[in-house]
Design a protein around this ligand. Structure first.
Ligand SMILES: CC(C)(COP(=O)(O)OP(=O)(O)OC[C@H]1O[C@@H](n2cnc3c(N)ncnc32)[C@H](O)[C@@H]1OP(=O)(O)O)[C@@H](O)C(=O)NCCC(=O)NCCS
Length: 223
């Protein structure tokens, strides 16, 4: 299963969720999800012919840019290696990858990757299912050869919107090892000092409400 990401000719990005038949005439309609904060709606429907059409000026309305999919066992070594330069701690690459077999988050998590349209994995992340409506993001990493091209930003947002579409309102937690502003653009806020137990990794969450006791417990059990 994979989902294709598109750039609209006006610049915004979207995740194509699938195709459904119109109830009145069975015409195919693409269901797709905004990867930015659109107050009007996040999930949109458009006739498939229109979704895939070329505009009068010759540009496609939507251009495919990448795909998101679940990491499969055969992808693990490739995706885990993306974070080796940051988290390798003097281990060899083989030791670093093998070490994930003892990592609680690795074993309980579900990883996603972003791949090029040619099928080359370029970025990965882990999702942690803490409880209904509460999900953690972890181990966001991009292949060093493909950094600074917007891949991790696209992957983070696509995975968040996919889970919001599938599960309704989801609160996300993460620990940022890059300036928090990188995640603030996806709706994360830096949590108050009482939740900052693993600095310099900065605890962040989506949503305005203070963390509930159960959410704070999930954050403590993050690592
Ligand atoms: C951090 C990392 C995942 C970013 O991946 P990437 O695909 O290069 O990121 P993007 O191109 O999507 O960048 C998204 C934004 O974050 C910013 N950013 C990314 N890493 C940054 C860093 N270390 N310091 C400051 N800003 C950073 C980028 O400048 C970009 O902002 P812009 O859109 O204003 O230019 C990548 O550098 C990496 O894999 N590092 C090693 C693992 C790691 O530290 N992960 C962080 C876990 S929180």
């Amino acid at each position: 299963m994979s989902w294709t990401l598109y750039r609209h000719y006006k610049g915004n990005h979207y995740l194509r969720l699938g195709v459904g038949a119109h109830s009145e005439d069975l015409s195919p309609h693409v269901v797709y999800r905004c990867l930015y904060d659109n107050p009007e709606a996040r999930t949109w429907v458009r006739p498939q012919g229109m979704f895939e059409e070329t505009l009068e000026d010759g540009r496609p309305r939507f251009t495919p840019v990448a795909r998101v999919r679940l990491v499969q066992p055969e992808d693990h070594a490739t995706v885990l290696a993306f974070g080796y330069d940051a988290w390798g701690e003097g281990k060899t690459l083989a030791e670093f990858i093998a070490g994930y077999d003892q990592s609680r988050n690795h074993l309980r998590g579900t990883r996603y990757l972003l791949e090029t349209l040619e099928g080359v994995p370029v970025a990965g992340l882990n999702t942690l299912r803490f409880r209904q409506g509460l999900m953690g993001l972890a181990s966001v990493a991009t292949d060093p050869a493909h950094r600074d091209q917007g891949h991790s930003a696209l992957l983070v947002r696509a995975v968040m919107e996919l889970h919001r579409f599938l599960h309704g309102d989801v609160r996300f937690l993460l620990f940022s090892e890059v300036p928090p502003s990188v995640y603030e653009r996806h709706g994360f806020r830096v949590l108050p000092a009482e939740h900052q137990r693993f600095l310099p990794s900065v605890a962040m969450a989506t949503g305005e409400a203070p963390l509930s006791a159960a959410e704070a417990e999930a954050l403590k059990a993050y690592f």
